[in-house]
Design a protein around this ligand. Structure first.
Ligand SMILES: Cc1ncc(COP(=O)(O)O)c(C=O)c1O
Length: 518
C-alpha cells in the first residue's frame, strides 16, 4: 500500500464518518476468517499519511525508526504492564537506563534523577505541574488545593500549558501567559510578575519555560529565570521555591549534542549549519538549571505515538506522589513499582522500548547527522523561497526547522503593521485557495506534496493564510528539499492558471483549533 513518494497510503478522499459507518461490515457472531479480516482491515488505511514520504511536510511528526518499532512490537508479545517489574520483567530496566542517560546528558546526579514515561507531551507538563503542586503544598494529597494559585507560562508556550491547569483544577485564568520579547520570556517580566504575585498573597508553584517552542523553536533563558526565581525566594523568605519545568518535548534532542565534538567536527557539518545547531545545544544545555523537563520521542526521536518521558532532578518529588513509594539504592527486582506514584496504572512499554532501540541504533552520531541535514535543508529552502519575488518567508529571521511563507498575489506588496484590511484579505484568500488547490490535486492523486496552511497564523499582527512546511523525516535531504520546492512551484504555476474546485474543503488548522496564534 505504501509507495515511497506518495503522501498517503491511498488517494486522498473526503468522506463522512456517518456514510462510512453505514457501509461497514457488522461485527459478526461467528469468528471472521483471518484472510477476510485482513482484507477488510486494509481498507481502513485509506487517507493514512505516509510519514516516510519526503513530500509530507505537514507537522513535527517523524517517520519511525524500524528498530524502535520492531523492538516494541516484539516486546508487545509478552504483554508487559510497565506499572510494575513483576508484570514486565527486566524490560523495565530500560526505562531506568534511559532516565540515567538523560541525567548524565544534563549533568544531573543519575541516582537522584527520577522520571517516568507517560502519555504525551501534555502528560509531561501535567507531571511537571503535579510535582510542583506537591512541593508547594505538602498536604495537597490530603487536603486538596487551597489559596490563590498561579502558573506562569508564556505566549510562545504550547496551549497544553493552559489545559493542564484546567485538568489540575487550578483554572485556566490562573495560567499567566506572559508576553515574550523576540519569542522568549524576559527576566524583567518574569521578575515583576512573580513579585506582584508574592505581594498579592498568591503562590506560584510552577513556571513552564520553552525548550524549543512549537512554532518558532525558541528556547527561554532557563538559567536567567532560575536565578531570578532564587533571588526572589530569598528576598521574601518564601517557604517554597517555584518549580521550573522546561517544556522541551521538541528540544531535548539537542541535548545529545553534548557528546558531539564541535571542535573536531567529525561529521564535517558545514560551518553555518554547525553554528546553528551548536547555538541551540548551548541554549538547551541550560536545562540543568531547571527542576524537570519533557522528552517526546514521538516528536524528535523517530518513535511512534506515544513515547513521552518526564524527567525530574529530584526523584523523591515524583515517587512521593502517593506517599507510599521509596526506592533504596540497590532496588531489588520485584520492588520497582511506578504503580505507586504514576497517573497510569496500566502503562505501555511502547515509549521506553522504542526510545531505547532508537537511541541505541541511531546513536548520537545518527541524530547529529540528521539534525545537521534538516538544518541545512531548511536553510536552503528558506533562502530559495525568499529569493523568489512572488514569495514572502514570514519567519525569515528565525533559525528554525519550520517555515511559514505566503505567495503574493502581485509582487509589489509592502508588509507592515496595519495594512489595508482588503489587501490582507486578498492575500489570505490567494493562499487559502492555493491550499484548496493542493487538496484538489491530492484527491486526484496528482501531487506528491502535503503540507498545512493556517488562516490564523499571525505575521505583523495580521493573518495572511500562511503556508507551513515542517519535516522530521529521516529520508529528507537536500535533494528531496529541491524536489519538493520544485513540486510546490509547479503547483503554484498551475494554480495561477486557474482551476475550478467542486468543493470547499475544510482546512484543518492546528493553530486555530488550539488557539496558538491568538
Ligand atoms: C512544545 C510542545 N509541548 C507540548 C506539546 C503537546 O504534546 P502532545 O501532543 O504529545 O501531548 C506539543 C505538541 O506539539 C509541543 O509542541
Amino acid at each position: 500500500m505504501k509507495k515511497a513518494n506518495r503522501p498517503f497510503l491511498s488517494k486522498y478522499r473526503i468522506f463522512n464518518y456517518r456514510d462510512e459507518l453505514s457501509k461497514t461490515t457488522p461485527f459478526s457472531y461467528s469468528p471472521q476468517p483471518p484472510d477476510s479480516f485482513i482484507k477488510e482491515f486494509a481498507d481502513y488505511f485509506e487517507n493514512t499519511v505516509n510519514w516516510d514520504s519526503p513530500g509530507v511536510l505537514y507537522n513535527i511528526h517523524p517517520n519511525v525508526n524500524v528498530y524502535g518499532q520492531i523492538a516494541s512490537f516484539l516486546a508487545e508479545f509478552t504483554n508487559p504492564n510497565f506499572a510494575q517489574d513483576i508484570s514486565s520483567g527486566k524490560l523495565m530496566l530500560i526505562e531506568k537506563q534511559i532516565i540515567e542517560y538523560f541525567a548524565t546528558l544534563v549533568n544531573w546526579e543519575p541516582r537522584e534523577t527520577g522520571g517516568i514515561f507517560t502519555f504525551g507531551g501534555k502528560g509531561t507538563n501535567l507531571y511537571g505541574l503535579k510535582v510542583a503542586l506537591d512541593k508547594t503544598f505538602p498536604n495537597l494529597r490530603e487536603e486538596g488545593l487551597c489559596g490563590k494559585i498561579k502558573v506562569i507560562s508564556n505566549d510562545m508556550g504550547h496551549p497544553c500549558h493552559i489545559e493542564v491547569c484546567n485538568w489540575a483544577g487550578i483554572g485556566i485564568k490562573n495560567c499567566v501567559r506572559l508576553k515574550t520579547k523576540n519569542c522568549t520570556l524576559s527576566i524583567e517580566s518574569f521578575r515583576k510578575t512573580f513579585e506582584d504575585m508574592i505581594k498579592n498573597g498568591e503562590k506560584l508553584p510552577l513556571v513552564i519555560l520553552n525548550g524549543l517552542s512549537t512554532l518558532n523553536h525558541a528556547v527561554d533563558d532557563i538559567q536567567g529565570i532560575a536565578k531570578a526565581r532564587d533571588e526572589l525566594v530569598a528576598k521574601y523568605s518564601l517557604d517554597y521555591t517555584p518549580h521550573i519545568h522546561v517544556d522541551s518535548v521538541l528540544g531535548w534532542v539537542y541535548l545529545l549534542l553534548s557528546r558531539y565534538d564541535f571542535e573536531k567536527n567529525p561529521l564535517n557539518i558545514k560551518a553555518n549549519v554547525l553554528s546553528i545547531i551548536k547555538e541551540k545545544y548551548l541554549l538547551m544545555a541550560n536545562i540543568k538549571y531547571a527542576d524537570s523537563f519533557g522528552v517526546d520521542f514521538h516528536k524528535t526521536g523517530f518513535c511512534s505515538y506515544s513515547s513521552s518521558l518526564f524527567i525530574t532532578k529530584n526523584k523523591d518529588a515524583l515517587h512521593n506522589i502517593e506517599r507510599v513509594y521509596h526506592e533504596d539504592n540497590t532496588l531489588e527486582f520485584s520492588k520497582c513499582s511506578p504503580y505507586n506514584y504514576s497517573l497510569e496504572l496500566s502503562r505501555s512499554h511502547r515509549g521506553p522500548i522504542s526510545a531505547f532501540a532508537t537511541l541505541k541504533t541511531l546513536g548520537v552520531e545518527g541524530f547529529v547527522q540528521l539534525l545537521g541535514t534538516f538544518t541545512e535543508c531548511f536553510l536552503y529552502m528558506k533562502e530559495t523561497l525568499n529569493s523568489q519575488d512572488h514569495v514572502k518567508v514570514l519567519n525569515y529571521e528565525e533559525n528554525s526547522n519550520i517555515l511559514f511563507f505566503i505567495f503574493k498575489p502581485f509582487k509589489e506588496i509592502e508588509f507592515k503593521e496595519n495594512m489595508d484590511p482588503q489587501l490582507v484579505e486578498k492575500i489570505r484568500t490567494f493562499n487559502t485557495e492555493f491550499y484548496q488547490f493542493l487538496i484538489h490535486k491530492l484527491e486526484l492523486g496528482k501531487t506528491n506534496v502535503f503540507f498545512s496552511c493556517s488562516r490564523s497564523h499571525k505575521y505583523l499582527n495580521q493573518s495572511f493564510g500562511s503556508i507551513k512546511i515542517y519535516s522530521y523525516n529521516a529520508h529528507f535531504n537536500l535533494n528531496e528539499a529541491k524536489k519538493v520546492l520544485g513540486e510546490i512551484d509547479d503547483l503554484f504555476k498551475e494554480y495561477t492558471q486557474g482551476f475550478e474546485t467542486v468543493k470547499n474543503y475544510n482546512i484543518f488548522d492546528f493553530l486555530d483549533v488550539k488557539g496558538i496564534s491568538k
